[in-house]
Design a protein around this ligand. Structure first.
Ligand SMILES: [Zn+2]
Length: 181
């Protein structure tokens, strides 16, 4: 299904990425981690490198965004062409990145213990998150429902065991700041 539309799907997706990058630049987010290391990966979520390099453990929560957006859009608009649902999912994710980097949400995340150092994502990290969402959407479009459910539960479990955080806990922290688990 994803193959049918091919290149036609790619251009709007790139425009969405570009629009997000421009918006984040206007918001004053840094391009990359201030540490100066070009390592694409940072695995210490308690360090200042978190959310500043291209990929970190939270990358995997954004894969789940893609899976959940796929499920949501499939429920809401089952007849909408897959490409359109894909662009919608990417747009939702781009908007999430902008909201995540707004002062209000940054302050909320800061009040929780895990994200004490949080001062918003770097632009590179937001682009990585968008790619993760696209990958999650693609996985959900190709997997049977039970496969997507297993992907979500498995990722949440591994993340919890690994960094004591997960997509569920991130959302929890957003709504109930200052009440770490
Ligand atoms: Zn760094």
């Amino acid at each position: 299904m994803l193959r049918e539309s091919g290149a036609a799907m790619v251009w709007p997706a790139l425009l969405i990425v570009l629009a997000m990058v421009v918006a984040l630049t206007v918001m004053g987010q840094p391009l990359w981690c201030a540490c100066g290391s070009w390592a694409p990966w940072s695995d210490d979520i308690h360090s200042a490198h978190n959310s500043q390099h291209l990929v970190d453990p939270y990358f995997f929560t954004h894969i789940l965004h893609g899976v959940l957006f796929y499920a949501l859009l499939k429920l809401l608009w089952p007849r909408l062409a897959l490409a359109r649902r894909f662009w919608l999912a990417l747009s939702l994710e781009a908007v999430w990145e902008l909201v995540e980097n707004s002062d209000l949400v940054i302050d909320r995340f800061r009040q929780t213990t895990v994200s004490m150092h949080y001062h918003g994502d770097s632009i590179a990290n937001s682009v990585g998150d968008l790619l993760a969402c696209a990958a999650g959407f693609g996985a959900a479009a190709s997997l049977p429902v039970w496969g997507s459910v297993a992907l979500v539960l498995g990722t949440e479990l591994v993340l919890y065991l690994w960094i004591k955080d997960s997509l569920f806990l991130v959302i929890w922290a957003l709504f109930f700041p200052g009440k770490p688990q």
